[in-house]
Design a protein around this ligand. Structure first.
Ligand SMILES: Cc1cc2nc3c(=O)[nH]c(=O)nc-3n(C[C@H](O)[C@H](O)[C@H](O)COP(=O)(O)OP(=O)(O)OC[C@H]3O[C@@H](n4cnc5c(N)ncnc54)[C@H](O)[C@@H]3O)c2cc1C
Length: 503
């Protein structure tokens, strides 16, 4: 393809964390192929500054990202010490001993007519079942520690689930770096000390390096983490703060040695001032406490975490501070922010890496030339804002509905949710319906898992569901749950598929 005068010829990526290397690998893959545009890509990172060092659980679309890079699953699992993730076990959110599971899959068979979860709501209303777990294939698999990739036949119950990965963030960035460099990405080590802008149009012209050099480019991708070196410190895009709905503002992370075979699930255990994660990898377990500094001090939070982890820590505690929210403009001028530089919704549903992935996809779709048409920028920002807000609503749902006692939990229950979420809650309570909006990351059954897991069930049901004879519905439900139980028993152990980490 011929190069045009206005084409972007040089992209500079600021930062070599998960966001930077994901962007580098994906852009190189998109542009560096025979007949593709020739775009030079330079990634600048500073070992002295380092990366945030967390971010190990994902949601299912990560698999498409890995595949789109041309990485085989086997290579990916070995090089990142990955395990499978079939969902999240939420423990103690409605008080000590309570538990629900958000599995990556549908409830009940996928058939024409009302979704099967509606029939299960009816069985619940009639007092015939307690919860939906027995109709969720990923829930049953995760609890039995079984795993096999889903089959490609929608008639089989073995196709009714999806899965994501849990991996070592450092190893993931390392693997992406090898891949990106092999595709021609230039890496530059060093600290950026200043930014030069065009006096006329305000676009970023070049980055000034500590060693006296400079990196000039047409398009800059800001992956510099929470500091937002270009998007905030230079372009002053502004930040929308969502702390009133999601008050957790700190975390402490601490890996420890595995004491048992890794389970294909993440655990999110509610605590007095937040929640604690447990992410089993092949070679270790990731742990962390996400908390609200108004309700617990840093030392108590660390002591709490130390008291909960299953073996001695393998590293010093990694302490993190954040403000949940999003950058008002993720793209401003010739700067596009990805990763933590673009905003952060706390990691309860492991959504940040997914936001990097969708941001990259959107950037490739709307890739500009050097005129930086404002229409492209507006559309990018509109979609990014929506996607962030949908995820925010989903996370707020967990806190707002949690039945747990305590000052922080009361505060989350009392705070009125965003209007978009309030409407969803009303509709679910009224009829068990979930009205998905544009750019939702989570589908109806994910919302259902959190609603019902938090003890919220619909008051009324669709008449289409109520006209079926109850006994027939119950019989079919029993058959389906038995089918799931038999299918799960036939599967191999999780570790059978997810092994092979070479130290
Ligand atoms: C407590 C916590 C838990 C999380 N858990 C999850 C999870 O389970 N799942 C998930 O999807 N996400 C999670 N995340 C988010 C995830 O960690 C991030 O989305 C991901 O790591 C991307 O980070 P980043 O690359 O944007 O930033 P960083 O990792 O902070 O990287 C920033 C880069 O910029 C470079 N840099 C900065 N300033 C300069 C400079 N002046 N000169 C040169 N280089 C510079 C740094 O050296 C570094 O390379 C979590 C986040 C937190 C805080």
């Amino acid at each position: 393809m011929d190069q045009r005068a206005d084409d972007v010829r040089h992209v500079a990526i600021v930062g070599g964390g998960t966001a930077g290397w994901m962007a580098a690998a994906a852009l190189a893959r998109a542009f560096h192929r025979p007949g593709g545009l020739k775009v030079q890509i330079t990634l600048i990172e500073s070992e002295a500054i380092g990366t945030v060092g967390v971010g190990e659980a994902t949601i299912p679309p990560i698999r498409q990202f890995v595949e789109s890079l041309g990485l085989s699953e086997d290579d990916f699992i070995r090089s990142t010490a990955a395990t499978a993730k079939l969902g999240i076990a939420f423990k103690d959110w409605s008080g000590p001993g309570s538990e629900y599971f958000h599995g990556f899959g549908d409830y009940g068979p996928v058939i024409a007519g009302p979704p099967w979860r509606q029939y299960l709501f009816r069985l619940k209303a009639e007092g015939r079942i307690e919860n939906l777990d027995a109709w969720s294939m990923p829930t049953a698999m995760a609890r039995a520690c079984k795993f096999a990739p889903p089959v490609d036949d929608s008639r089989s119950v073995l196709s009714h689930y999806s899965y994501a990965y849990q991996f070592d963030a450092g190893l993931f960035a390392r693997r992406l770096r090898t891949l990106a460099e092999a595709l021609g990405v230039q890496r530059r080590e060093g600290r950026i000390e200043g930014v030069d802008r065009d006096g006329e149009n305000g676009l970023v012209r070049a980055l000034r390096m500590q060693d006296g050099g400079e990196v000039a480019a047409d398009l800059f991708i800001d992956c510099s983490g929470f500091r937002g070196l270009l998007i905030e410190q230079t372009m002053q895009a502004g930040y929308e703060d969502w702390t009133r709905w999601l008050p957790c503002d700190r975390a402490v992370a601490l890996p420890c040695a595995s004491t048992r075979a890794p389970e294909p699930l993440t655990t999110a255990r509610a605590r007095d001032a937040g929640w604690q994660w447990r992410i089993p990898l092949q070679h270790r377990v990731g742990n962390g406490y996400v908390y609200c500094s108004d309700h617990v001090d840093d030392q108590t939070a660390l002591d709490d975490l130390l008291g909960q982890i299953e073996s001695a820590p393998l590293a010093e505690p990694n302490r993190l501070r954040f403000v949940t929210g999003r950058r008002r403009e993720a793209w401003k001028g010739n700067v596009v922010a990805l990763g933590l530089a673009s905003g952060f919704v706390e990691p309860l549903e492991s959504t940040s890496i997914n936001l990097i992935q969708t941001g990259i996809g959107r950037l490739l779709e709307l890739f500009p030339d050097r005129t930086f048409d404002p229409a492209l920028i507006r559309e990018y920002n509109r979609r990014s804002a929506q996607e962030f807000e949908r995820i925010r609503d989903f996370i707020v749902l967990h806190y707002h509905l949690a039945g747990r006692e305590g000052a922080m939990w009361d505060r989350c229950r009392r705070t009125p949710p965003p209007d978009t979420l309030a409407a969803k809650i009303d509709l679910f309570r009224a009829r068990g319906e979930i009205a998905l909006l544009e750019d939702e990351s989570f589908r109806e059954d994910s919302w259902t898992a959190v609603f019902t897991g938090s003890g919220v069930w619909p008051k009324r049901l669709s008449p289409l569901v109520e006209i079926e004879p109850l006994e027939a519905v119950e019989r079919q439900a029993t058959q389906f749950s038995q089918l799931i139980a038999r299918a799960v028993a036939s599967l191999p152990d999780h570790s059978h598929h997810f092994t092979g980490y070479a130290r």
